[in-house]
Design a protein around this ligand. Structure first.
Ligand code: ADP
Ligand code: ZN
Ligand code: MG
Length: 488
């Protein structure tokens, strides 16, 4: 029997507002801040305090909802989701339940199978919980509670179960992350937990329209974990059914080291949360006028920018998508193209996605920390295109700019790296190489054509890598041809 996987994603994104969702405490980076420095009676859940909605958080949520083409509810309701956990001091989380901020959105993703439209079920506002750190001291286990994160605005974006493969899941999450970054509401830093993804996975016989029983995977903190976790879970469920068993609805964790999901707890039903309308907050009313203002101020989104890059810069869809995934990279590219007027944008794109990304990956840095300015890259590209330095020299120069931030021209002058294009000089080098290698010449004349490539390399070596490759090739071809024509 063949199976089809059915997957829906719940994505939690912290909103990077200055203050928390319902109090004036600052939002701090909870991975570096001293524990419990951003806490007040409201987010610590003291009795008798009253929450007040953060307007900026609602605006950020509207940006996301509109970017996903959702319908906005002019009136939405906050609700209490009751459960006990040490990082939830109130004993309930303020969330939205029956009437969320927005519904019925969509996100188009691109996979190896083409474009697919994924429906977004709902987008709602809630608050984050605190953080527990489990430690052991003197053989005793302790859990430390840090409430810096408690009450940080959190946006939940829930998809319809429209995804069917691990690749689609990855593309959906990638596209959503890209949108959040374009909207400047979330850094997308999954290692820091500001964006968390929980896939719900079920399988069913191919062709069936009924849903199978789903499991939910928690604690995925990278795209790699997301893709592998989903692939593992699909396979695990298929095997259970093939053996005549039944999948049970549960929450599963992801064990990064062993590459498996494992049962964490049997999933509680909605009834267990005893949702009820939050009595301390009035309904959230969003006027049409405000929605239109937010809509008008939306930036160009990744999909639109991708199209524009393809059309304006004559880039293929691969280059365009790599360059537009991160807004900072797209800006960098456009600045470099501007600075290098006349150089084909495709050439600039190649330098960025090839050499520059390579250096950044090696050093483990992002575009924000880059010392190579767009202008410096433009200048380097211009020097190559105009024949002042050759491709290989340029790579070495780029590596040096990457380290020192010095201008290309300075490095080239100081290290004497200018390309040698003097035909007489290069002809002399070719003659020298030919006369020093009689055995190689003999085998070349006997028909071993590949020797010419080796000879080319020898000439380039003599020129310390700085000769113009075209000039070498011409001189070498001419002299080899003369040797062939010489009567033997
Ligand atoms: P909960 O909050 O209890 O997890 P939701 O109804 O909000 O429940 O659904 C969570 C996610 O599960 C949604 O993304 C939805 O698309 C997905 N989902 C629902 N049913 C299935 C199923 N049978 N298989 C896979 N995903 C499903
Ligand atoms: Zn507070
Ligand atoms: Mg869920």
């Amino acid at each position: 029997m063949e199976f089809e996987a059915v997957i829906g994603l719940e994505v939690h994104a912290e909103l990077e507002t200055r203050s928390k969702m319902f109090c004036a405490c600052p939002v701090v980076d909870s991975t570096v801040a001293q524990p419990n420095i951003a806490v007040c009676p409201i987010c610590a859940g003291m009795p008798g305090v009253l929450p007040v909605v953060n307007q900026r958080a609602v605006e950020y949520a509207l940006r996301v909802a509109l970017a996903l083409e959702c319908q906005i509810n002019h009136t939405s309701l906050f609700a209490r989701k009751n459960y006990f956990y040490p990082d939830l001091p109130k004993g309930y989380q303020i969330s939205q339940y029956e009437q969320p901020l927005a519904r019925h959105g969509k996100l188009v993703i691109v996979t190896s199978q083409g474009e697919r439209l994924i429906r977004v079920r709902r987008v709602h506002l809630e608050e984050d919980t605190g953080k527990l750190t489990h430690v052991s001291r003197d053989g005793q286990a302790y859990s430390l509670v840090d409430l810096n994160r408690a009450g940080v605005p959190l946006l939940e974006i829930v998809s319809e179960p429209d995804l069917h493969t691990a690749e689609e899941v990855r593309q959906y999450a990638t596209a959503l992350r890209s949108i959040l970054r374009y909207l400047q509401v979330n850094s997308g830093d999954m290692q820091k937990g500001v964006m968390r993804i929980e896939p719900n996975v079920s399988v069913r016989p191919l062709g069936s329209t009924e849903f199978g029983t789903r499991t939910e995977i928690k604690n995925l903190n990278s795209f790699r974990a997301l893709e592998r976790g989903v692939a593992f879970e699909i396979q695990r469920q298929i095997e259970i059914i093939q053996k005549g068993g039944q999948v049970i609805q549960e929450t599963r964790g992801w064990d990064e080291a062993r590459d498996v999901t494992f049962s964490q707890r049997i999933k509680e039903g909605e009834d267990d949360y005893r949702y009820f309308p939050e009595p301390d907050l009035p309904p959230l009313v969003v006027e049409a006028e405000w929605i239109e203002t937010v809509r008008r101020d939306l930036p160009e989104l990744p999909a639109a920018r991708l199209l524009r890059f393809q059309q304006n810069y004559d880039l293929g869809s691969y280059d365009a998508s790599v360059l537009t995934l991160e807004p900072a990279v797209a800006d960098y590219f456009e600045q470099a193209v501007q600075a290098a007027s006349g150089i084909p944008p495709k050439t600039i794109a190649n330098w960025i996605t090839g050499e520059l990304f390579g250096l950044m990956n090696q050093a483990g840095i992002g575009i924000e920390e880059l010392r190579v300015t767009p202008e410096a890259l433009a200048e380097l590209t211009r020097m190559v295109v105009q024949g002042e330095i050759n491709q290989n020299t340029a790579k070495a120069v780029l590596a040096e700019i990457f380290e020192s931030g010095q201008p290309a021209a300075e490095i080239v002058a100081r290290r004497g790296l200018s390309q040698i294009s003097d035909a007489d000089f290069i002809t002399g080098l070719v003659q020298q190489v030919l006369s020093e290698n009689p055995d190689q010449i003999a085998s070349y004349l006997a028909g071993k054509e590949t020797v010419s490539r080796w000879l080319f390399g020898q000439v380039m070596r003599l020129a310390k890598g700085q000769a113009n490759p075209q000039v070498i090739q011409t001189a070498l071809d001419r002299q080899l041809q003369e040797l062939k024509n010489r009567p033997r």
